[in-house]
Ligand binder design. Structure first.
Ligand code: GLA
Length: 397
């Protein structure tokens, strides 16, 4: 019995709350969560029927089997809260428990959305004052994932802190801790996704309030400038991520039409290098072969999902030409050469500059071909706004 299991066995004899907390840590988000969310493409235009169709598409496209298991309903499901405090879905969602059962029957997991404020960002009722009641209701629906979006809680922070930043941060942290405790108290393992746009350096306290992932920035939008500005902003944050707790640069825009193929490959490569949650945000019912080729690139997914759980980071940059590296469990290393200018440009990977000792065998993870042996450096033309992503292996390994 290793130490972790021994600790679990002892904890199981102790108070139930301790057992739940440990169970959540062991079971949830050992690798970055993968799935699909309604928000980026459908916004508030969502329904029970749509969710079922997208769940079916996750299965038929092969995405579920590639690891995308969470089906996340974002803002737009909420109806009203009655006098007894019960929050009802709107008429597009006649039976949430039945929808959860359907999602589970397809071998998928069920994600929901609310926030610590009186209202969501969309102006619907959120969980302020009803946290425990809502947590119990989500658990009774079979929810496996909760995105908790700050939104109108900012008004409470302002009101109760008198403008003092430290007090305001403390209120925010307490609000996230409260919902975590209420989720744990349900006894159901529910992955906790913090969405407060990186405020108060969330990566420093996210794990302490039970966060399994936390947004590091404001919202993504479907264009190269916004995508890269939030993705590359994670440089230097790799030490805060690890199994069970991940930096989240927001959901994917792959397949939504606002980026070129090279830009979308950059998006997916960067998210994999960041060990980011891979939550697709497109309409899965109508994917082009190019979109599938990106979202189903198993070699890039394997970099994201590597069990070592080390987020990659910038190794070096020459202006807009950036080389990132990510150590992998078997001693391999993923390397991504990002060209952030519009025209194709020659870039050079220098092995010692990414901390690699000796020669390497390299494989290109987008062409799925070996590029052979690299002795000290490798020069290649990288397309404008594009990437060359390699997996390095020690020769003979
Ligand atoms: C915020 C979040 C988004 C999404 C919307 C829903 O903007 O950051 O990811 O959840 O709210 O209204």
């Amino acid at each position: 019995m290793n130490n972790l299991y021994a600790a679990a066995a002892i904890a199981s004899l102790l108070i139930p709350a301790a057992r739940c907390a440990l169970a959540q840590k062991q079971m949830l988000a050992a690798t970055p969560p993968m799935g699909w969310s309604t928000w980026n493409y459908f916004h508030h235009d969502i329904s029970d029927a749509l969710i079922r169709e997208e769940a079916d598409a996750l299965v038929s496209s092969g995405m579920r089997d590639a690891g995308y298991v969470y089906v996340n309903i974002d803002g737009g499901w909420e109806g009203y809260r009655d006098a007894a405090g019960v929050l009802y879905p709107n008429s597009n969602f006649p039976d949430m428990k039945a929808l959860g059962d359907y999602i589970h029957s397809r071998g998928l997991k069920f994600g929901m959305y609310t926030g610590p404020g009186p209202e969501t960002c969309g102006g619907a009722p959120a969980s302020y004052g009803y946290e425990a009641q809502d947590a119990r209701m989500f658990a009774s629906w079979g929810v496996d994932f909760l995105k908790y979006d700050l939104c109108s809680f900012r008004v409470i922070m302002k009101r109760d802190s008198g403008g003092d930043i430290e007090k305001s941060d403390a209120l925010m942290i307490a609000a996230y801790r409260k919902m975590h405790q209420d989720l744990v108290a349900t006894g159901r393992p529910i992955l906790f996704s913090l969405c407060q746009y990186g405020w108060g350096e969330v990566w420093k306290w996210g794990p302490q309030v039970g966060g399994n992932m936390w947004r590091t920035s404001g919202d993504i939008s479907d264009n190269y400038d916004r995508m890269t500005s939030i993705g590359f902003r994670e440089a230097g944050l790799s030490k805060y991520a690890g199994p069970g707790h991940w930096n989240d640069p927001d959901m994917l825009e792959v397949g939504n039409g606002g980026m070129t193929l090279d830009e979308e490959q950059t998006h997916f490569s960067l998210w994999a290098m960041l060990a980011a949650p891979l939550i697709a945000g497109n309409d899965l019912r109508k994917m082009t072969p190019e979109t599938k080729g990106i979202l189903l690139n198993k070699e890039v997914i394997a970099v994201d999902q590597d069990p070592l759980g080390k987020e990659g980071d910038r190794a070096y940059a020459e202006g807009p030409l950036e080389v990132w590296s990510k150590p992998l469990q078997d001693g391999d290393m993923a390397v991504a050469m990002f060209n952030r200018i519009k025209g194709a440009t020659g870039m050079t990977l220098r092995l010692h500059a990414v901390g690699w000792r000796g020669p390497a065998e390299a494989r290109n993870l987008w062409t799925h071909e070996s590029v052979g042996r690299i002795n000290a450096s490798y020069t290649v033309t990288v397309p404008g706004h594009g990437v060359v992503m390699l997996r390095l292996t020690h020769p003979g390994h």
